[in-house]
Design a protein. Structure first.
Length: 743
């Protein structure tokens, strides 16, 4: 008899509720869960493909160990013994910083990894921590932290009540939204227009999102900081600023007004490719709208002025009075109790930056990590402190980081490498030990990161749908076994004690917290109260119980626990976003820091760039509904249809560059070159070409199986690893100068 099961899709930030029909271990069908209060039945092709991912024969189910130069199946014990034997001598001889770690994007989509990867990083005790955040959203997190006090205090467009939405560098109709968890984006976007609102899209491509908007303007890649500064300029120049009640909680308004003064619409128009009168009108409409939000994503983060651009979006929210306003940009109140719900409401420690710097190029750490673009140089530059061993966790840096040819050479030169991955990839093929994770249907799921970025407050939990195969470890268990090795306990330990320690660390932090519902209570009692749960479920239950909606271990009996979520398979709806200023702030000053020095000191660089020569042809990326960064190109459901890994070019550029009518073209940048299939379209701005990232699978030694489009072309061969946003260390992936010639 088929059974019905419910589960949150872990494949992107939209976090749709899925409804499964299963028979034994087999998934019969996947649909959108109509009763999910958030996603209301929506799903995309990837959600359906989770069934193929679960059953995929190429997905790893046993560890791999390099023997005689070849990765071969091994037992778990053999895999951890190899880590013990190979890693400890490297640490003994070269120190802890000789071992690095790279955490990839699915780390935040996999609850076990989100909760336990920090234990791995702590146990490694290395400064060489890298993540996909610095090829992604680090600028937004840094700007948010400097303005509001924590890196996840991100102001989210309140799309369900918004009347005016300005979207820059995001294509949620393909990506399903990012740093803005908003399932069924198409319907929610329609909602803005149906309530009489307006949607304006600024993008070098006329994307699906642009076509669904009221207005679209091409912008020259990398010039959003100029454009946004000009909006701020107009609002001040025309006296349209209305910070209202926010003014009492804001520092630096006058400084921002002065900083924006040179960026008149006339001065930036040529560089942005948007005329001055249009910039003026966009500014006025934004300022006068009843409830407005500015949403910038990948296109505004992965550029030279990513932090300044991300900051300016929130500056606009503040000066137009839209921050913390219904229908403007608001803060979530996540059930699991992140940093901006802890401690003293309204004031905090803010952020400390640059506590140490990277060995080779001296890049400052941000939130404890170095820019991912520094990974290769830390491996391939000789000298004391050189990286000799590397852990990759749910990441494919060989395809996702700039100058990937250099990085792959560096990976090949490591003394020892361990990859936690569910496939043998362009990255994990270089490892000495590969540790597989489970199918997403075999482990529990709760969106810790994305419930903090959601357009509504919700708590939804999915228990494992299927038991894991006999003897296979969930990734938190693998991590604890590595932690045991690193702590000198050896490869053969029962990890229960370590898991208790992870839980106790969390509990003790909370019991010592003055404003916690369990302040002063005995940590051992709390641990006992969580029994018999263990692993991620225990940590989750604890976080929910001590969070802002939690039952507080008796303090608020009607509050949330994991058990309550288990009784509500469609999730618990905690309502629309609520105003949180000033309580949400955790800056040192207790104010919104509108002009934080680490950002304002970058403004002269922006001004200088405004007058510099602009490259004539630049490369950007793009996303497609049927992709997920560098993986899932091997699943039959996502492989068919129109080719996606193409170089999109305006027909006029085709003529100008002499490649019109050709099927392929050669693309060359400072660091590399590729030959890519051509696609002509007038939906891209002249002077801009677009090639998606995450492809280039046709290389030896991987185990993806059959990939779409012959594996496609790797665009990160072209991205320059010396180009970055200085404050955040984020890579520049948009606006790479290139030359295109006949292949
Ligand atoms: N040029 C260019 N480059 C880009 C981007 C761009 O727009 N342009 N985008 C950037 C962005 S936004 C991101 S987030 C990064 C992504 O960069 P990465 O995180 O480095 O790469 P992914 O392609 O997400 O690879 C994820 C890997 O995790 C594995 N995996 C999936 N699920 C699990 C799991 O549950 N456990 C484990 N252990 N492994 C799992 C997959 O098999 C895959 O190998 O790429 C960045 N790179
Ligand atoms: N189907 C699918 N969904 C995904 C992913 C995927 O690979 N496939 N990846 C996931 C991940 S990791 C992330 S981070 C999100 C990203 O989510 P989004 O940010 O929505 O990603 P994109 O669809 O790449 O949209 C970025 C847009 O920025 C535009 N752009 C490029 N350069 C500039 C510029 O300089 N200025 C402006 N204004 N625009 C510019 C591009 O033309 C593109 O339309 O998507 C997530 N969702
Ligand atoms: S939109 Fe994202 S969360 Fe929803 S079904 Fe598709 S991949 Fe899953
Ligand atoms: Mo991302």
């Amino acid at each position: 008899m088929p059974e019905t099961k419910y589960r949150i899709c872990p494949l992107c930030e939209a976090t749709c509720g899925l409804k499964f029909s299963v028979s034994g271990r087999e998934v019969l069908s996947v649909r959108g869960d109509d009763e999910d209060p958030f996603s209301r039945g929506y799903l995309c092709p990837k959600g359906v493909a989770v069934r193929e991912l679960d059953a995929h024969p190429m997905r790893l189910r046993t560890p791999l160990l390099r023997r005689d130069g070849v990765l071969q199946p091994a037992t778990w014990d053999e895999a951890f013994a190899a880590i013990d034997a190979r890693l400890l001598p490297i640490i003994e001889q070269h120190g802890r910083d000789a071992v690095g770690v790279y955490l990839g994007n699915p780390t935040v989509h996999n609850t076990a990894l989100t909760l336990y990867a920090p234990a791995l990083v702590r146990a490694l005790g290395t400064k060489n921590v890298f993540t996909a955040s610095t090829v992604d959203q680090m600028p937004k997190q840094l700007a948010s932290a400097l303005m509001f006090g924590t890196g996840l205090s991100v102001a989210i467009p309140d799309i369900d009540r918004c009347k005016h939405l300005l979207i820059l560098g995001a294509n949620p109709l393909a990506s399903n939204g990012s740093m803005m968890t908003s399932p069924d984006f198409p319907e929610r976007l329609r909602g803005v227009r149906e309530r009489g609102g307006k949607v304006v899209v600024i993008d070098p491509r006329r994307t699906a999102t642009a076509k669904a908007a009221d207005e679209h303007h091409f912008i020259r890649p990398g010039t959003d900081a100029f454009f946004l500064f000009a909006l701020v300029n107009v609002i001040f120049a025309e006296g349209l600023e209305r910070p209202g009640a926010l003014a009492a909680h804001t520092q630096g308004l006058d400084e921002v007004r002065e900083l924006a003064a040179p960026f008149t619409p006339e001065r930036v128009a040529g560089r942005c490719g948007i005329d001055a009168e249009t910039i003026r009108r966009i500014a006025r409409e934004l300022a006068k709208a009843e409830a407005a939000a500015v949403y910038g994503r990948i296109g505004t983060c992965t550029q030279e002025f990513g932090t300044v651009s991300s900051w300016l979006a929130d500056v606009l929210h503040v000066i137009t009075g839209n921050l913390d306003r219904e229908g403007g940009a608001m803060f979530t109140t996540p059930a699991h109790g992140p940093g901006n719900t802890k401690g003293t409401p309204g004031v905090g420690r803010g952020v400390k930056l640059a506590r140490h710097t990277s060995r080779v190029s001296g890049a400052p750490e941000v939130f404890g990590e170095f820019p991912a673009v520094c990974l290769a140089e830390e491996i391939d530059t000789e000298g004391p402190g050189q990286l000799r061993a590397l852990f990759t966790v749910a990441g494919n840096p060989a395809r996702s980081l700039p100058n990937s040819a250099r990085l792959e050479k560096a990976l090949e030169s490591l003394d020892f490498m361990v990859s936690l991955d569910i496939y043998l990839t362009e990255t994990s093929r270089h490892a000495d030990v590969v540790l597989p994770g489970l199918s997403p249907l075999e482990s529990c799921h709760y969106d810790l990161a994305f419930s903090q970025l959601a357009v509504r407050n919700l708590a939804r939990y999915s228990p494992p749908m299927f038991a894991p195969p006999e003897g296979q470890l969930d990734e938190w268990q693998s991590i604890l076994r590595i932690v045991a090795v690193l702590s000198g306990m050896g490869a053969q330990v029962e990890t229960g004690i370590l898991d208790d320690m992870v839980a106790m660390t969390l509990i003790q932090r909370e019991t010592s917290e003055a404003n916690s519902p369990i302040h002063g209570r005995d940590a051992a009692d709390i641990l006992a109260a969580l029994a018999p749960r263990r692993g991620p479920e225990r940590l989750l239950d604890f976080m929910l119980r001590t969070g802002p909606h939690g039952e507080g271990f008796g303090a608020r009996p009607e509050g949330l626990t994991l058990a309550v979520l288990e009784e509500n398979p469609h999730g618990v709806d905690l309502g629309p976003l609520q105003p949180r200023i000033p309580e949400v702030l955790r800056t040192r000053s207790g104010a919104i820091e509108l002009a934080p020095e680490p950002i304002t000191r970058d403004v002269p660089r922006v001004l200088k760039a405004l007058d510099a020569d602009a490259p004539t042809l630049v490369l950007i990326g793009r996303r497609d509904l049927r992709t997920n960064n560098s993986w899932m190109h091997n699943l039959p459901l996502l492989s068919g249809g129109k080719a996606r890994c193409t170089l999109v070019m305006h027909p006029d550029d085709g003529e100008r560059l002499g490649v019109a009518g050709q099927t392929h073209a050669r693309v060359r940048s400072r660091v590399g070159e590729v030959v890519a299939p051509l696609e002509f379209s007038s939906d891209i701005a002249p002077g801009v070409v677009s090639l998606p990232h995450g492809w280039g699978h046709a290389v030896p030694g991987t185990g993806w199986g059959d990939c779409a489009e012959g594996g496609g072309v790797n665009s990160n061969v072209l991205a320059d690893d010396t180009a970055l946003d200085l404050p955040s260390g984020n890579a520049v992936l948009c606006g790479i100068p290139v030359e295109v010639t006949s292949a």
